[in-house]
Design a protein around this ligand. Structure first.
Ligand SMILES: [Ca+2]
Length: 252
């Protein structure tokens, strides 16, 4: 794990991206540790063997039209096709926890508000696993290391995070500490958007009907601009997608 020191950083973006990334605002966090890489298949399998973790969904790659599951299961490829709950169980079994949304963004952007983990240049194949059809072994793109040394923060697999997805998190009272609203507040906001006939903020995803969980970083099949570190994506906690995995955090 790599320590991310305590202190402020700029979260969100005033330009580019989507409405839920605005405004850019200062967030102050305590120090925390974050895994240097995504959790691998072999690491997750130890938790399955211990009968603590549920096996990943082997049907997910076919369902998402990426062919057989075996192409995703080399020992050092990232675990994927696991739900938010399963990600949380794994991190807890390791004596860790899921990262918070603000923690993840700080680890990816550092204190200079960079757009991608490596800086402001657009993604390329030396820096990220993206725009393809399968994952790569974790840590295969050292040129894409983040400001603190984390690997694959952009691309490879989306990473499940602790917080519920709140489209208005950055405008609420807890914004300077990186805290989203309550599930009740989020539900009210989503209902309001639906009533106005507005589209959600995440690509073609519809406005959620439950309090969903955040994922960050983009994945092996995603386009370059979608890899920006402020991009916020969300899914129901039960989804087990071939594109979604995890890395764990710990208090500093
Ligand atoms: Ca990733």
């Amino acid at each position: 794990m790599i320590l991310v020191p305590a202190g402020p950083f700029m979260m969100g973006a005033d330009r580019g991206g989507q409405e839920d990334e605005r405004p850019a605002h200062e967030v102050t966090l305590a120090a925390f540790w974050l895994d240097k890489t995504e959790v691998t298949n072999e690491a997750y399998e130890r938790c399955v063997a211990a009968q603590v973790c549920r096996p990943h969904d082997p049907k997910s790659s076919q369902l998402n039209k990426f062919g057989g599951d075996e192409a995703f299961r080399a020992p050092k490829q990232p675990i994927s096709s696991i739900s938010w709950d399963e990600s949380k169980t794994y991190c807890q079994w390791m004596g860790k926890r899921l990262p918070r949304e603000a923690e993840w963004e700080k680890a990816a952007r550092g204190t200079d508000a960079r757009k991608y983990p490596w800086g402001n240049d657009s993604p390329d194949a030396t820096r990220a696993v993206y725009a393809g059809s399968r994952t790569a072994e974790v840590g295969s793109r050292p040129a894409g290391a983040g400001p603190f040394g984390h690997l694959d923060m952009a691309g490879n697999v989306w990473e499940w995070l602790e917080d519920i997805y709140d489209p208005y998190a950055y405008r609420r009272a807890g914004a300077d500490r990186g805290l989203p609203g309550s599930c009740e507040e989020v539900t009210a906001a989503q209902n309001e958007l639906r009533k106005k006939g507005q589209q959600g903020f995440t690509g073609s995803n519809p406005i959620p009907t439950e309090c969903e969980r955040n994922l960050r970083g983009g994945a092996f099949n995603y386009d370059g601009p979608g890899l920006r570190s402020s991009n916020r994506v969300h899914h129901p906690a039960s989804f087990r997608l071939i594109m979604s995995g995890v890395r764990c955090a710990k208090d500093g």
